[in-house]
Design a protein. Structure first.
Length: 68
């Protein structure tokens, strides 16, 4: 649900630099209620991009804009 909420509020050049929410509801979306949420995550490393002794995953930080 979070991803759909965020995608509907991202401006797109395809629809005249407006977000889908604006086009559908004829109302400007308010993103002031969003805050940043961070957590540790691991991304997989494909076999063809690593050697025998390389790790299988890398540490990353997952950033999410959450609604307050």
């Amino acid at each position: 649900m979070h991803v759909v909420y965020r995608i509907n509020r991202i401006h797109s050049p395809i629809i005249s630099n407006k977000c889908p929410y604006e086009k559908l509801c004829f109302d400007v979306s308010d993103i002031g209620s969003l805050r940043i949420f961070r957590c540790l995550c691991f991304t997989s490393t494909f076999e063809n991009n690593r050697s025998k002794l390389d790790s299988r995953a890398r540490k990353r930080i997952f950033l999410v804009l959450k609604q307050r």
